[in-house]
Design a binder for this molecule. Structure first.
Ligand code: MGD
Ligand code: MGD
Ligand code: SF4
Ligand code: MO
Length: 712
C-alpha cells in the first residue's frame, strides 16, 4: 500500500494552474477519499492527491486507487457507439444506435412478449444510476428479468443479515470505531489485499493490545499478521463457526441476559451446536483442536469484538448459513449494537451496498422494498407514475438468467456495468448463452469480453465524469463529484437509459436533467422503506462527511451504529440460526482429488477489464497463476514456474505454478481477473446457495496434471 500520509501541517496540495476535485475511488467498498488533479486551463485530468481529512481512510490509497484516474483519459476508451455489422464493430451515431436498440427491443417484445428482454446490472455505478437501472427494466422495458452482479458478491451476506437482523446493512458499526475494538475475528476476507486501507484501523487497535483471529485456507497477508490463523478446508466454515459457538456456550462466554432479552431461537442454537466438539470440528475443518480452542477463548474473553467476513465464507452454496453462524458469534456475546463491536461484511464493489438497495435485484424495489409486497408495489408505482398492474413480477437471479436464455425465454439482454463473460461461473455456458441471444446491448467505457459478444456497445461515461452518490461499506452515503466532462461521445448511464426509455414510448417516466433530480426521486422512493434515505441530501453529505442510512428525515442524524436498542425484525429480536454443517456442492473425488478456490490479488479488480489496462498494475501482475503447496507439487514433480493443467467436471485450463507454503496442502488458489482462456471461471461450479442464489466460486473439485515442455 502506498502511504501518502502528509507530514503534519501539510495542507495545501494545490499546484499552480491546477484545481483539486474532491471525490472517492472508483473501485472497492472502502470508497477511499481522494482529490483528482485537473488542469484549470484544459480541464484535463492530471493525477491524484490523497485526501487526509476523509475520516474512513485518512489519506491512504492502495495501488489501484493511486492509478484509478488513469482510466479516465485512457486510449482504450470506447469513443462512439459501436454496431456489429457481420462480425466487426462499426462506429455509429447515438441516434442510429439508440433507434436500433428500441426497434429491436420492440420487435422482440411484440413477437415473444415483454419478458423476452432482460437487464443485467452492476454496482460500480452510483445510487442514482443503480436506481434507474431497476426503473428502466420495470417501467421502460416492462420485463421481470432484471438482476445484477451483486448476486455474485453480496447476496449471501444480504440473505444472512435479513434473516438475522431483519435488515441488510453491511456493517453494524462505523469503521472509525474499529481502533477501539479488542478483538477481530476475520473470516474469508483477505483484507490486506482487498480492502487494504482498512488495515490501518487494525494496527491502531493492535497498538492498544487488540487480538486478531483469521479464518482462511491460505496464509494471506492478512492471516500473517493474526494471533491465530485457522487454516480451514474450503467449504467447512459452518462447521468451524458451530464449533466456536459450542465452546463459547460450554465455557460460559455467553451474555445470557442479552440473549434472553434480544434474541430468538437460543435453545435451538444450543442444541444444534452441541455435536460440534473440538474433536468433531477439527475433523471436518482440518484445523487443529488447539487452535480452535485458543481462538474461542481469545474471542470469548474480549469485551469489544468485531466479527468480520467477506466472500471467502459467502461465495459458497451454504453462504447464507455461514453468514448467520458467524453473526451468531457476535450475538451470543451480546456485542451487536455496542460501541466498537458488532458484525461487518466487507462490501465488495464501490457501491455494493447502495446498489443492492434500490431495485436492481430480481425481487426488490427501491428502499429495499419487496416486489412481492402489494403495498410496496402500490407505493413505488405511484412514485413512478405507473399502474400497479404494470409492475412486473419478480424474475430470477443473475446466473439463472443464462438458463432462461438457454430455454429460449430470454432473447435479448442489456448488460450495464458488468462483465459476466469473465466473472460468472462456468463461463463456457455463459459464452454459449450470449451467442444464443438475438440481441445483446452492453454499456461500458472499455470493450469488455462481454461487450465483444454484443450487437451494440454504448460508450458509458466513467465514474469521474458524472455526479452522484454511493454508499460505502459502513452504510455511509457519500458524494462522488464530477471531475471532468464525459470524454469523446460517452454519456452517463442514466442519460443512455432515459434515451432508450423515450424511444420505447416511456419518456415521461424519465424526465431527468441531472443526477440530483434522480436522487430526489430515490429519496422519495426509499422513504419509509427498509433502506430509508429520505433524510439524506447532497448538502448534508458534504457538510457531515456522509450520512449513514437509515435516515428517515432531514432532522434525523443518520445511523452509524445499528441495533442499539432493537433489531429490525417484526418482534425486534435477532433470530439466531440453528443450522448444521453440510458439504460443499462438489467435494474431492478419486478423479478430482483436490480443492480449487478462487479470489483476488491486490493489483487487479474483478473481471480486470479496468485494471488490465493500467500499465503499472499489469507490470506487477500480468497473468493468472495457480498457488500450490510444495508438498502437493512434489507429488506431481512440479517445480515453481512450470505449467500445469487444471481440470474440473466443467472444463480445463493451463496455468503457471506459484509454489507457496502459505496455502493448505489440499487446496489450489487461482485469481480470477482475466478473460477467455485465462478465465478460472471456466472451471468453477455454478452450484447456487438455495436462499441467496450465490454461486459457489470458493469451492470445487479439481484434478491437476503436469504439462510436458512445449505443451500448453
Ligand atoms: N484488490 C482487489 N480488491 C478488491 C476486489 C478486487 O477484485 N481486487 N474486489 C472487491 C470486491 S467486489 C469484493 S467482493 C471483495 C472481496 O474481498 P475478499 O472476500 O477478501 O476476497 P477474495 O480473494 O475473493 O476471498 C477472500 C479469501 O477467502 C479465502 N477463502 C477461500 N475459500 C474459503 C473458505 O471456504 N472459507 C474461508 N473462510 N475462506 C476462504 C481465500 O483464500 C481468500 O483469501 O474485494 C473488493 N476489493
Ligand atoms: N471465480 C470467481 N469469480 C467471481 C468472484 C470470485 O471471487 N471468484 N467474485 C465475484 C464478485 S464478488 C463480483 S463483484 C463479480 C464482479 O464481476 P463483474 O460485474 O464482471 O465486475 P467488473 O469487472 O467490475 O465489471 C464491471 C464492468 O463495467 C464497467 N464499468 C465500470 N464502471 C462503469 C459504469 O459506471 N458504467 C458502465 N456502464 N460500466 C462501468 C467496467 O469497465 C467493467 O467492464 O465477479 C464475481 N466472480
Ligand atoms: S481500491 Fe479500494 S482500498 Fe484501494 S484506493 Fe480504491 S477504494 Fe481504496
Ligand atoms: Mo464483489
Amino acid at each position: 500500500m502506498t502511504d501518502f500520509m502528509a507530514k503534519p501541517g501539510v495542507k495545501n496540495l494545490h499546484k499552480e494552474g491546477e484545481k483539486l476535485i474532491t471525490t472517492h475511488c472508483s473501485y472497492c467498498g472502502m470508497q477511499c477519499g481522494m482529490h483528482i488533479r485537473v488542469s484549470e486551463k484544459t480541464g484535463k485530468v492530471l493525477g491524484v492527491e490523497p485526501r487526509y481529512d476523509w475520516p474512513v481512510t485518512n489519506g491512504k490509497l492502495c495501488p489501484k486507487g493511486v492509478t484509478a484516474y488513469q482510466q479516465i483519459d485512457h486510449k482504450d476508451r470506447i469513443k462512439r457507439p459501436l454496431i456489429k455489422r457481420n462480425t466487426t464493430f462499426v462506429e455509429s451515431s447515438w441516434d442510429e444506435a439508440l433507434d436500433l436498440i428500441a426497434d429491436k427491443f420492440s420487435e422482440l417484445q411484440k413477437k415473444y412478449g415483454k419478458d423476452t428482454l432482460s437487464v443485467f446490472g452492476g454496482v460500480s455505478m452510483t445510487n442514482e444510476k443503480c436506481y434507474l437501472v431497476g426503473k428502466y427494466a420495470r417501467a421502460a422495458l416492462g420485463t421481470r428479468f432484471i438482476d445484477y452482479n451483486g448476486r455474485f458478491c453480496m447476496s449471501s451476506a444480504a440473505g444472512g443479515f435479513l434473516s438475522t437482523f431483519g435488515i441488510d446493512r453491511g456493517s453494524t458499526l462505523p469503521w472509525t470505531e474499529l481502533e477501539h475494538s479488542d478483538c477481530f475475528l476475520i473470516a474469508g476476507s483477505n483484507t490486506a489485499e482487498c480492502h487494504p486501507t482498512s488495515i490501518q484501523w487494525f494496527w491502531k487497535a493492535r497498538d492498544k493490545g487488540a487480538k486478531m483471529i483469521v479464518v482462511d485456507p491460505r496464509e494471506t497477508p492478512t492471516a500473517r499478521i493474526a494471533d491465530v490463523h485457522l487454516d480451514l478446508k474450503p467449504g467447512t466454515d459452518s462447521a468451524l463457526a458451530n464449533g466456536l459457538l459450542h465452546l463459547l456456550i460450554k465455557e460460559d462466554y455467553v451474555d445470557e441476559r442479552y440473549v434472553m432479552e434480544r434474541c430468538n431461537n437460543y435453545k435451538e442454537l444450543k442444541a444444534s451446536v452441541d455435536p460440534f466438539t473440538p474433536v468433531v470440528t477439527s475433523e471436518i475443518t482440518g484445523v487443529s483442536e488447539e487452535k480452535i480452542i485458543q481462538a474461542a477463548h481469545m474471542y470469548g474473553k474480549s469485551p469489544r469484538s468485531v466479527v468480520m467476513f467477506a466472500r471467502g465464507v459467502e461465495q459458497q452454496s451454504k453462504g447464507v448459513d455461514n453468514v448467520t453462524l458467524y453473526t451468531a458469534l457476535a450475538l451470543v456475546r451480546g456485542q451487536v449494537g455496542n460501541f466498537a463491536s458488532g458484525v461487518a461484511t466487507f462490501t465488495g464493489q464501490g457501491n455494493g451496498q447502495g446498489g443492492r438497495e434500490h431495485g436492481q435485484k430480481s425481487d426488490l424495489l427501491p428502499g429495499y422494498r419487496k416486489l412481492t409486497d402489494p403495498d410496496a408495489v402500490k407505493y413505488i408505482s405511484k412514485v413512478w407514475g405507473i399502474e400497479p398492474e404494470e409492475m412486473p413480477k419478480p424474475g430470477v437471479s443473475a446466473f439463472e438468467m443464462f438458463d432462461e436464455i438457454q430455454a429460449g425465454n430470454i432473447r435479448a439482454m442489456h448488460v450495464i456495468c458488468s462483465n459476466p463473460a469473465v466473472s460468472a461461473p462456468n463461463t463456457e455456458y455463459v459464452w454459449d448463452s450470449f451467442k444464443k441471444l438475438d440481441f445483446l446491448v452492453v454499456n461500458d467505457f472499455f470493450l469488455s469480453e462481454t461487450a465483444e459478444f454484443a450487437d451494440v456497445v454504448l460508450p458509458a461515461a466513467s465514474w469521474a465524469e458524472d455526479e452522484g452518490t454511493t454508499t460505502n461499506l459502513e452504510g455511509r452515503v457519500i458524494h462522488i463529484r464530477k471531475v471532468s466532462e464525459p470524454l469523446y461521445e460517452s454519456k452517463p448511464d442514466w442519460v443512455i437509459l432515459s434515451e432508450i426509455a423515450k424511444r420505447m414510448g416511456k419518456g415521461k417516466h424519465f424526465p431527468y436533467e441531472n443526477s440530483r433530480e434522480i436522487f430526489e426521486e430515490l429519496r422519495l422512493a426509499a422513504k419509509g422503506g427498509n433502506a430509508d434515505y429520505y433524510g439524506i441530501t447532497y448538502d448534508r453529505i458534504d457538510q457531515e462527511d456522509g450520512v449513514f442510512w437509515p435516515c428517515p428525515s432531514e432532522d434525523h442524524p443518520g445511523t452509524p451504529t445499528m441495533f442499539k436498542e432493537t433489531f429490525s425484525t417484526l418482534d425486534g429480536k435477532a433470530n439466531l440460526p440453528a443450522v448444521t454443517w453440510e458439504k460443499a456442492g462438489e467435494i474431492p473425488s478419486e478423479e478430482f482429488p483436490h480443492i480449487l478456490t478462487t479470489g483476488r490479488v491486490v493489483f487487479h479488480y474483478l473481471s480486470g477489464n479496468q485494471t488490465r489496462r493500467i500499465n503499472f498494475l499489469m507490470e506487477q501482475c500480468p497473468l493468472p497463476y495457480a498457488e500450490i503447496h510444495p508438498e502437493l507439487a512434489s507429488q506431481y514433480n512440479v517445480q515453481n514456474g512450470e505449467t500445469i493443467k487444471l481440470t474440473t467436471p466443467r472444463n480445463t485450463m493451463d496455468l503457471e505454478v506459484k509454489l507457496t507454503k502459505a496455502i493448505r496442502k489440499d487446496t489450489i488458489f487461482v485469481p480470477y481477473h482475466w478473460g477467455k482462456k485465462l478465465a478460472v471461471n471456466q472451471l468453477t461450479n455454478p452450484c447456487l446457495d438455495p436462499i441467496s442464489r450465490m454461486p459457489e466460486f470458493k469451492v470445487c473439485a479439481v484434478k491437476m496434471e503436469k504439462l510436458k515442455r512445449g505443451e500448453g
